[in-house]
Write a protein that binds this ligand. Structure first.
Ligand code: 13P
Ligand code: SF4
Length: 357
């Protein structure tokens, strides 16, 4: 069996300071007024809302109430591509807005906050990554969706957490050797699952890298009936404890369909909103991320996802601010690697509920 080479990338730009998590705080009256105003504006502007599970419950509810979607990154891309509306509002992080624009250049794509980054995207500057790829010209370049449009333009394939194992398995069967970026934990997981020959960029998600196997073990001892659900951006020792490893949609699906009365969930706590809705009778426990002696039980919430909110969404619809633009020269290259994923996912039958591997 081949073994992944861990090759240090060119000096990576240090990840900028992680902003504090600032949640929008709304009273009942303001929430109701904002939602009514946004619904009217969305109708006038022929807009649909695509929300990620890590955004606020208000945004997730609004997406459902207005016929949009709440989902993982693969489904957000597919839903936006199939939508008939002329304006796509992406409540998530910047790479999700860029993906929507790359697939739908004729549509207007808006985001509540253009500052909503992702530590994986930030860990992989396009110039450094291009030099890294140029140093390994014989390898197929596979990048996670959590990357900039420019990095996707340099890639042969884009994958998401729900499709990564299947795509890499497919490439391995064709005898391909792979460059993987940017998440080292997901890359390691994919390498272990497929045995593919991969050189792996050393980025990490600031939320998932914090989950602690020891803490999960202690929680499991208190709740032996609980199934452990893990997003594959987590460290290997956490993944090793999982009953289910999967994308956010796959983890929601597991809560709904597994017989367990309780779940220990190792992903962003924004997902609990949807999990409670699909399985109100089940006990959901946050996987500890602070470790021994830490003051928080779980700090597992993405500060960039938290930048989305109803107030900002209303302002964006009123002003037309925060439109996503992708230079056409970049877009035409990036659309090839994303379309390859969408075609593969359709052929491989990767639907929102199917397992990651
Ligand atoms: P999913 O595609 O599983 O929703 O993952 C996106 C993400 O950013 C997880 O941190
Ligand atoms: Fe990026 Fe992690 Fe936030 Fe997901 S949770 S958007 S991977 S920083």
């Amino acid at each position: 069996m081949t073994v992944a080479q861990i090759i240090a990338p060119p000096p990576a730009r240090p990840v900028p300071d992680v902003p504090p998590v600032v949640e929008e705080a709304l009273g009942e009256a303001e929430r109701a007024e904002l939602k009514a105003r946004i619904k009217r504006l969305m109708q006038e502007q022929d807009a649909v809302l695509l929300a990620h599970y890590y955004t606020s419950g208000d945004l997730q509810d609004l997406a459902v109430e207005t016929g949009g979607c709440v989902s993982d990154s693969l489904e957000m891309a597919r839903f936006g591509h199939a939508a008939r509306q002329q304006t796509l509002i992406v409540a998530g992080v910047k790479f999700m807005g860029e993906t929507a624009k790359i697939l739908n250049p004729e549509k207007r794509v808006l985001m509540p906050d253009l500052g909503a980054e992702c530590s994986l995207d930030l860990s992989c500057p396009a110039e450094d990554f291009t030099a890294f790829c140029d140093a390994h010209p014989d390898r197929t370049v596979v990048v996670y969706a959590n990357t900039s449009a420019a990095v996707k333009a340099r890639a042969d394939w884009v994958v998401t957490s729900s499709s990564a194992v299947k795509v890499v398995q497919h490439l391995k069967e064709q005898g391909k050797r792979i460059i993987w970026a940017p998440d080292r934990f997901l890359g390691d997981y994919v390498q272990r699952a497929t045995g593919a020959d991969m050189v792996i960029w050393q980025g990490a998600c600031v939320v998932h890298e914090k989950f602690k196997a020891d803490g999960i073990r202690e929680l499991k001892a208190e709740h032996p009936e609980a199934a452990i659900l893990v997003h594959p951006e987590s460290p290997a020792d956490v993944i090793a404890m999982a009953d289910v490893v999967g994308s956010t949609t796959q983890l929601v699906h597991a809560v709904k369909t597994l017989p367990n009365p309780a779940f220990i969930v190792a992903t962003d706590i924004g997902i609990f909103h949807r999990m409670h809705e699909v399985a109100p009778e089940k006990l959901l426990l946050e996987a500890p991320s602070g470790g021994k002696g830490a003051t928080c039980v779980s700090c597992a919430h993405c500060p960039w996802m938290a930048m989305n909110g109803l107030r900002k969404l209303a302002r964006v619809l009123e002003t037309g601010a925060n439109e996503i633009h992708v230079p056409e020269a970049v877009r035409v290259k990036a659309v090839r690697s994303i379309s390859r994923l969408l075609d593969f996912a359709a052929r491989a039958g990767i639907t929102p509920g199917t397992s990651a591997d």
